[in-house]
Design a binder for this molecule. Structure first.
Ligand code: SF4
Length: 126
């Protein structure tokens, strides 16, 4: 199916970018849908690599406090539409509380939930 919109960057918050879908209503005679904003989490590869190492070490060390935090976070993630086989799946989408379409952040959740400094970037659930 032919894409009938383009994306225009409307907000750059560093860890996420917000785009607006601009529909080709003139040529396709389509009504503009209500939900036209898309939130795409941005991957900072250096930060992601550090987080992966911290998460992996915490998986090995198994500190009870970290494990409790990890389980509480995973309980939230398992109920999330973006959760897929312990990944926050970028190919999945859901709506946030502003009605914007949000993509997953690609993170390995078994690692991410074990890093105290991490947060749920796409939806702010933890
Ligand atoms: S990190 Fe947030 S958005 Fe991703 S699966 Fe967990 S709760 Fe959902």
């Amino acid at each position: 199916m032919k894409k009938n919109y383009s994306l225009q960057l409307i907000e750059d918050r560093g860890s996420v970018k917000v785009y607006k879908k601009i529909y080709d209503t003139e040529n396709n005679n389509l009504e503009q849908p209500e939900n036209t904003e898309v939130v795409v989490p941005q991957v900072n590869y250096l930060k992601a690599a550090k987080g992966y190492v911290v998460g992996t070490l915490n998986q090995i060390i198994q500190d009870p406090e970290i494990e409790a935090l990890a389980e509480a976070r995973l309980t939230i993630c398992r109920e999330c539409p973006l959760f897929n086989a312990y990944k926050c799946d970028a190919s999945r989408t859901t709506l946030n509380d502003k009605g914007q379409t949000v993509h997953g952040c690609t993170c390995n959740l078994k690692k991410k939930v074990r890093n105290k400094d991490e947060k749920c970037t796409p939806l702010g659930k933890w």
